[in-house]
Design a protein around this ligand. Structure first.
Ligand SMILES: NC(=O)c1ccc[n+]([C@@H]2O[C@H](COP(=O)([O-])OP(=O)(O)OC[C@H]3O[C@@H](n4cnc5c(N)ncnc54)[C@H](OP(=O)(O)O)[C@@H]3O)[C@@H](O)[C@H]2O)c1
Length: 242
């Protein structure tokens, strides 16, 4: 599927998986509105995409812990377009350490705020633009840590809390927005191999049954879900861990 008619918003696209999605979707023809916590990081990725010959890409600053910053991001995007077709809630701070006492209070607040509150407020801010689309989709990068009973990650408890909040939010939202035609698609990956899409490793990282999940395969999950006809509402992707 080509994405030429798709206008896509991606949070935290200054590096890693958000950047990967921005590059891959732009390569497929999408108009990309990408944000990063720092404008310089967003502009770097915008310029990388422009250097690949795609001019329909826009860079914004968005700190997911700051409601005003999220509103400004949505306002900025609305100055370019009256609709968006896909919102990718990618951003969420990771916090390591399986010991509750190992993190500062500030780390806990930041982790839960960026992942949980940030996802709710970003979706709220962009919903009016999504509702102007004939094919609106909200894609959220949750995590296996958002699955009830999951315990195999070394992530901090606050990260589990943030991901569980994202899971609860997208669960109810998928039911409540379905009558308005919005599909809410959530991915629950375990730790995955995050190769740079512009590196050789992107193509050469093994993707066999005994291998860890790759960003390459995750991108293909997103492409697949969005490409389905509207009656096919893939609500969640869960992955068996190796
Ligand atoms: N990588 C994995 O194995 C894995 C597994 C399961 C789920 N996930 C989820 O998939 C998504 C992408 O993963 P990833 O590996 O690319 O994540 P990552 O490498 O941990 O990067 C986190 C991203 O979130 C951004 N971020 C953190 N706090 C922010 C804030 N307050 N405002 C705006 N942006 C903020 C970071 O921006 P800065 O550059 O400014 O720090 C960075 O772009 C995340 O939601 C993650 O939880 C990842």
């Amino acid at each position: 599927m080509r994405w030429d008619n798709h206008r896509v918003v991606i949070t935290a696209a200054g590096r890693d998986f958000g950047r990967t999605l921005a590059i891959r979707l732009a390569d497929l023809g999408a108009e990309v509105f990408l944000s990063a916590r720092h404008l310089a990081a967003a502009r770097r990725v915008r310029d990388e995409i422009r250097d690949r010959g795609h001019q329909r890409v826009h860079a914004f600053a968005c700190d997911l812990t700051d409601p005003a910053s999220i509103r400004d991001f949505a306002t900025g995007v609305a100055e370019h377009t009256d609709r968006i077709d896909v919102l990718v809630n990618n951003g969420s701070r990771y916090l390591d350490g399986p010991d509750l006492l190992s993190a500062t209070d500030a780390d806990v607040v930041d982790t839960i705020s960026s992942g949980a509150t940030g996802t709710v407020l970003t979706t709220k801010s962009f919903l009016p633009l999504l509702l102007n689309s004939e094919t609106p989709d909200v894609v959220t990068m949750v995590s296996a840590c958002g699955t009830p009973g999951h315990h195999r990650s070394d992530a901090h408890d606050a990260f589990y809390a943030a991901k569980s909040a994202q899971a609860g939010f997208t669960e109810i939202l998928s039911k409540r927005l379905r009558p308005q035609g919005v599909r809410v698609i959530s991915l629950y990956p375990p730790d995955f191999d995050n190769a740079d899409p512009l590196s050789e490793e992107w193509e050469t990282t093994p993707r066999e049954a005994e291998d860890a999940l790759t960003a390459h395969s995750l991108v293909e999950c997103v492409l697949f879900a969005v490409a389905q006809p509207r009656d096919c509402f893939i609500k969640a992707f869960h992955f068996e861990q190796v």
